[in-house]
Ligand binder design. Structure first.
Ligand code: 5AD
Ligand code: SF4
Length: 448
């Protein structure tokens, strides 16, 4: 720590931030970096060299509780008594477990900031260091979009993440997000486009628009289709992606735009969650499996080469073997290009935690996820193999050469990873590639 010249007290100046969970959290860490850099804090890459360690936590699935407790104890332990450190908790777990955290004296958290309170971090840190008291702010806001903060992104990147809306109004019964991140709110299209222009000027080739429910984006009369169209007009940005949408918000207007606009990547992450109608109703997902399949048909009719990925939860309360089979069937019918699969994990405060006991045994959840995994792996392999022989445009990613000598990674428009032999190219280049091989994990190819 540095002595503070005005009162000779120790004053924290260097910060290390560890990020858990989703892309939105990664993005929020970039916002936090920007906010604290303005206040003259310096970011370091060595946790042991930092005056302040911040953990940007996630509460969606993991037993974040245990993980974070372990991490906090190990940070304190590694430092010992002579090398003090301030510890701050950010993110979804901060909101959700505020009370526990403040009451647990053994944990010694100095400050806590929820996802809508990052602009107050300089003040929270000052309170905690000057006055030696715990400080926290986890108030959720109906308005905070951080539209006036330009994130401090890693330099030289190819893709920039950009949050265009925050929060969720859906209250799917399993999900903690509406409680930890509050209601939906969107940034103005002008504000988003300004940021995209700046990103293009900095050399980014791709933007990924982010939101807990990104296609529910609405600002005054403007919907998500309007926003995507405006963003696509920015020169220099060649690819636009978005995540994560909800199946309820795919009007024809948006799909037609996607089909017609070459800059909008032909990939949709379409979370299925379950393929059985009783379970979908209990989850309050607002669609039946038939409606989901109809949507997939409609998407494929309009955009034949679309890549589809999904999220699936197994072992939701009361899910029977037969109902799980329905999920397998729907997944097989769709033939997703890839899937993220999760065992149901009860989250404190959610509707499901109040209404439905978590009664599917862990061993059954494990069996189900293994089966789903096996089947999905085959489907993914099949979908990847269909690319062999095709010519694809690949956007090269920045790559640390030492990691995979002789190789370069890139992504197709459909977001599939392609491994290429090293050539005279750099991250950010678009190259035409012939796909020569496929595995369940990605593609191999040669520049043509
Ligand atoms: N248990 C398991 N998976 C969950 N997800 C969200 N909440 C839970 C939960 N309680 C999954 C959903 C969501 C993804 C981001 O995380 O599949 O789409
Ligand atoms: Fe959670 Fe459902 Fe909102 Fe997604 S749409 S963040 S799963 S409540």
């Amino acid at each position: 720590m540095q002595p503070n010249s005005s009162n000779n007290k120790w004053f924290p100046k260097t910060v290390y931030i560890a990020t858990y969970g989703c892309q939105m959290n990664e993005y929020d860490s970039e916002l936090v970096r920007s906010i604290l850099k303005k206040d003259n804090y310096e970011f370091v890459t060595d946790e042991l060299a930092a005056d302040i360690v911040m953990l940007n936590t996630c509460a969606i699935r993991e037993h974040a509780h245990r993980k974070v407790y372990g991490r906090v104890h190990s940070i304190r332990h590694a430092r010992g008594k002579d090398n003090p450190v301030m510890i701050g908790l950010l993110g979804c777990m901060a909101t959700n477990l505020r009370q526990d955290l403040l009451e647990d004296r053994s944990l010694k958290i100095d400050f806590i900031a929820g996802p809508d309170s990052y602009k107050r971090l300089p003040q929270l840190i000052r309170e905690a260091s000057d006055e030696g008291r715990k400080s926290y702010d986890v108030t959720l806001s109906e308005f905070e979009t951080y539209s006036d903060v330009y994130p401090s992104r890693t330099q030289g990147g190819v893709n920039a993440w950009l949050a265009v809306m925050r929060g969720c109004n859906n209250f799917c019964t399993f999900c903690v997000v509406p409680y930890t991140r509050g209601r939906e709110r969107s940034r103005s299209p002008e504000n988003v486009v300004d940021e995209v222009r700046r990103l293009a000027a900095e050399g980014f080739k791709q933007v990924t628009l982010l939101g807990q429910n990104v296609n529910s984006y609405r600002f005054e009369d403007h919907d998500f289709a309007y926003l995507m169209d405006e963003v696509s007009k920015v020169e220099g940005i060649e690819r636009i992606r978005f995540t994560s949408p909800h199946p309820k918000d795919f009007p024809d207007r948006f799909l037609d735009l996607m089909a017609a606009n070459p800059k909008i990547c032909k990939h949709i992450h379409l979370p299925l969650q379950a393929g059985n109608n009783r379970i979908l109703t209990m989850m309050d997902r607002t669609y039946t499996n038939e409606e989901f399949l109809d949507l997939v048909d409609k998407i494929r009719a309009k955009i034949p080469d679309i890549a589809l990925s999904t999220d699936i939860i197994v072992g939701f309360p009361t899910e029977t073997d037969g109902e799980f089979e329905d999920t397998l069937q729907v997944a097989a019918k769709v033939g997703f290009d890839s899937a993220f699969m999760f065992k149901y994990s009860e989250r404190q405060g959610t509707i499901a935690s109040k209404k439905y006991p978590d009664d599917v045994p862990e061993s059954i959840k494990t069996e189900r996820i293994m089966r789903l995994n096996e089947i999905q792996k085959e489907i993914t392999h099949l979908r990847n193999r269909a690319h062999i022989g095709q010519i694809q445009t690949v956007l090269l990613e920045p790559y640390p050469e030492a990691k995979n000598p002789g190789q370069m990674p890139g992504r197709t428009d459909g977001n599939k990873l392609v491994i290429l032999p090293l050539g005279p190219y750099k991250g950010g280049d678009f190259i035409k590639v012939r796909i020569t091989d496929a595995t369940p994990h990605g593609l191999k190819g040669h520049p043509v």
